[in-house]
Design a protein around this ligand. Structure first.
Ligand code: PHE
Length: 339
């Protein structure tokens, strides 16, 4: 064995490689030279037959030749792969006139849309946004709102009671207390949130949404309440609609009012939606009761305020002409896609 043999193989490999025309042929080339019984592999196996003194030099020379052939092979392989890719790309033209596949997109739930619209109106009027927990204590949901235990007005809210005196809030009014405990007047907040009552028919759901409002400052009067809520109702239902304030009762406001807007379906003439009254009842409201200020250490001699609450589902039902509240919660896509 001599290094001449190595040179000979290298030379032959160079010639062979020049003749290789495809990836398949390249694989045959690899097997011929570098495979288990390949020419170079055989050469390495013959190492044991040569003079021990020459083995290291010979071994090195064979390995070097092997590396050279390997790197040429890789080069060739990349070349072929690029050729194949270029060919594929030129053959498979993309037809950009074909219509694409439409991916169905989700949308906001109508209740979310209406809630956001209502909040936006109050933001324009200078109100900030606050939130509170769905699981409340008796103190925040009732007591601090001037509704003592065993007071008959507790029956206004059919309550889901939890363990340890906790409950699912029956209205967003407890957040009034949480705001006033933490912050000093002037205050102007709206509170969007989910509320819970043991109610269930075509216009009442056990879970629904309210928007609460609270404004406290020096010299806040019932006139401010009327002004803000009239502006709000005009923004929702249109400036042409009449608004009326009827005396009512809530334990946490004094005086209290129920606020109606002229029926948007019949313009006050009387129809099914307004039960022939010509009016739609939208809001509960009133001046914050001095007893409530007492619970949160705000001086009722110095400050006054008003509060209001409304049901978001009710407004959405009126706005979209929906007569069954359950449609909002069934998640029927045929219903939801209409908004
Ligand atoms: N919390 C009352 C309700 O749910 C609504 C309300 C809020 C009334 C604020 C007056 C003032 O019925």
């Amino acid at each position: 064995m001599t290094s001449g043999k190595i040179e000979e193989i290298k030379l032959q490999a160079g010639k062979d490689l020049d003749c290789v025309k495809s990836l398949q042929e390249l694989e045959l080339f690899r097997i011929k030279y570098l495979g288990k019984n390949g020419l170079l592999t055989e050469l390495l196996k013959s190492l044991r037959n040569i003079d021990p003194s020459q083995r290291p030099a010979f071994g090195q020379a064979v390995n070097l030749a092997k590396k050279e052939i390997e790197s040429k092979l890789t080069e060739k392989k990349v070349e072929f792969e690029n050729q194949v890719l270029t060919k594929k790309l030129s053959e498979k033209e993309i037809d950009i006139t074909l219509p694409g596949k439409r991916i169905p997109r989700g949308k906001k739930h109508p209740i979310t849309v209406v809630m956001e619209d209502l909040v936006k109106i109050f933001r324009r009027l200078g109100f900030d946004i606050a939130e509170g927990p769905d699981v409340e204590t008796e103190y925040y949901n009732f007591e601090a709102l001037n509704i003592p235990k065993y007071h008959p007005s507790r029956d206004m809210w059919a309550t889901f009671w939890l363990e340890n005196g906790l409950l699912l809030r029956t209205h967003t009014s407890p957040v009034q207390i949480r705001i006033m405990e933490k912050k000093e007047p002037p205050l102007a907040f709206v509170v969007p949130g989910r509320v819970y009552r043991r109610d269930d028919d075509i216009t009442h759901s056990a879970v629904f949404h309210q928007l609460e409002g609270l404004m406290v400052d020096l010299d806040i009067t019932f006139g401010n309440l009327k002004g803000v809520l009239t502006a709000f109702l005009h923004a929702v239902f249109g400036k042409d609609k009449k608004v009326r304030f009827r005396p009512s009762y809530f334990p946490f406001t004094e005086p209290s009012a129920e606020v109606d807007v002229e029926c948007s379906s019949c313009n006050g003439k009387g129809c099914r939606l307004c039960k022939n009254t010509g009016w739609l009842e939208i809001l509960g409201a009133g001046m914050v009761d001095p007893n409530v200020f007492g619970y949160v250490d705000i001086d009722p001699e110095k400050y006054s305020g008003f509060a209001f609450g409304l049901g978001v589902e009710r407004i959405a039902m009126i706005k979209y002409g929906i007569d069954d509240i359950r449609l909002f919660y069934e998640n029927d896509l045929k219903f939801l896609r209409q908004f």
